[in-house]
Design a binder for this molecule. Structure first.
Ligand SMILES: [Zn+2]
Length: 183
């Protein structure tokens, strides 16, 4: 189920373009505190889980600081889930799809079983406690149970291809790491 996207630089670049649009939109909104102008203040990240071809562009998180009060504004992102080191796409694909073992998923994603276990804890315990999820979960009827994350989300988003469905899910999660959500 869609694991090939992890080896697809074109999909990663597509996500970068979405992030650039989200950043442009945030910048037009000006500083949420004093309505001052926002200046580019991207900060470095050490991305994991992305193809080597896009590592340089994934090494920066788009962000701004206010020219008047210096408050940082970090826009939504489809590339990163909050402060998680691995790219959002890797975390989305973290749970074993039907017919796969956890070991097969570790091999495909090149992560350790321990990392995979940490991701599950994040999905099922840390994420449900965030203001983002408490607000966003209401969109799903019937609700998506915490124990069913992230795979329970798959059926809730449409799209003829893996790439389209995944892009929609990543857009849904994009506010998670924004300063508007307290990150
Ligand atoms: Zn300001």
């Amino acid at each position: 189920m869609c694991h090939s996207l992890l080896q697809d630089p074109a999909f990663f670049r597509f996500l970068s373009r979405i992030d650039a649009e989200l950043a442009a939109e945030a910048r037009r909104g000006r500083c949420p505190h004093c309505a001052g102008p926002l200046h580019v203040a991207d900060y470095p990240r050490k991305p994991r889980g992305c193809p080597a071809a896009v590592r340089a562009e994934y090494a920066w998180r788009l962000s701004f600081t206010c020219g008047r009060c210096e408050t940082r504004t970090t826009p939504a992102s489809v590339r990163f889930l909050g402060r998680r080191v691995y790219v959002a796409l890797a975390l989305m694909l973290a749970s074993p799809p039907r017919g796969f073992t956890a070991r097969a998923v570790c091999d495909r994603l090149a992560v350790s079983a321990r990392t995979l276990a940490r991701w599950r804890t994040w999905w099922r315990q840390a994420l449900p406690a965030t203001p983002f999820w408490r607000k966003a979960r209401g969109r799903f009827l019937p609700p998506v149970a915490s124990d069913d994350l992230p795979e329970g989300l798959w059926a809730r988003f449409g799209g003829p291809t893996c790439a389209e469905r995944m892009a929609q899910i990543l857009v849904f999660f994009s506010p998670l790491g924004s300063s508007a959500m307290g990150a």
